[in-house]
Design a protein around this ligand. Structure first.
Ligand SMILES: C[S@@+](CC[C@H](N)C(=O)[O-])C[C@H]1O[C@@H](n2cnc3c(N)ncnc32)[C@H](O)[C@@H]1O
Length: 204
């Protein structure tokens, strides 16, 4: 896809991220790990590109298929979204996380998203905490993504995490504990549900 669609330098959670980061592809160890959680195969990669080694059964690629417009009605979805703002389409990483959350609720899909750690942002507060089922905060000091098919030896400047929406926490934990600190978000989900019920009883 054309890089001009993205601003050359994007403000991301208070940091400047060069537009090249929009195209950082998942390195092999994480493609394998995600496949193991999903029982061997990723059904959908909604934001793929020509260099990606994810090789999901179904892929959405620009310009033919806008992954934010298509339905994600698949059993397993792996999302490594573009990290900055897409000024042409008026979207950001928040839209990708909103779609993960919606897809989990609507289709009961198992979803894993690889995203930068930014716990103070609206998208983390709304779509990770109280919504997703688990997180793996990755240990990589600088995650080495693939750029144009090669390992980027400089690595990413920000910490990254795998976010999991799904029913198989034990499977997620077993696979990802090798790569980072795995936490269940079950109690946050319960609290959010209780808050909602309380609000409804007070104002409903
Ligand atoms: C960070 S890369 C990840 C590529 C691949 N999923 C992987 O993990 O190897 C994100 C890719 O999403 C693509 N992309 C950006 N906006 C998109 C959209 N609206 N629909 C589909 N793909 C998009 C870009 O071409 C970019 O290369």
């Amino acid at each position: 896809m054309s890089m001009e669609l993205f601003s050359p330098v994007t403000d991301f959670a208070g940091r400047s991220v060069h537009s090249q980061s929009q195209h950082w592809c998942t390195p092999p160890q994480y493609v394998d790990a995600v496949k193991r959680v999903f029982g061997g195969e990723i059904e959908l990669d909604p934001c793929s590109n020509e260099q990606s080694i994810v090789h999901a059964k179904y892929e959405f690629k620009l310009p033919e298929k806008d992954g934010l417009v298509q339905e994600w009605d698949f059993a397993s979805v792996y999302v490594n979204p573009p990290y900055g703002a897409d000024r042409t389409r008026g979207t950001t990483i928040r839209n990708w996380l909103a779609k993960c959350s919606f897809t989990r609720t609507e289709y009961g899909a198992q979803i894993i998203a690889l995203i930068p750690v930014a716990t103070n942002t609206l998208h983390w507060k709304k779509y990770v905490f109280g919504d997703a089922d688990a997180i793996c905060f990755l240990f990589d000091t600088r995650l080495r993504f693939l750029v144009n098919g090669n390992t980027d030896n400089k690595g990413a400047p920000m910490a990254c995490a795998m976010i999991y929406w799904g029913d198989f926490f034990c499977q997620f934990e077993t696979v990802f504990k090798e790569y980072g600190a795995v936490l269940s978000l079950e109690s946050l989900k319960k609290n959010k549900k209780m808050d909602r019920q309380m609000q409804m009883s007070l104002f409903g």
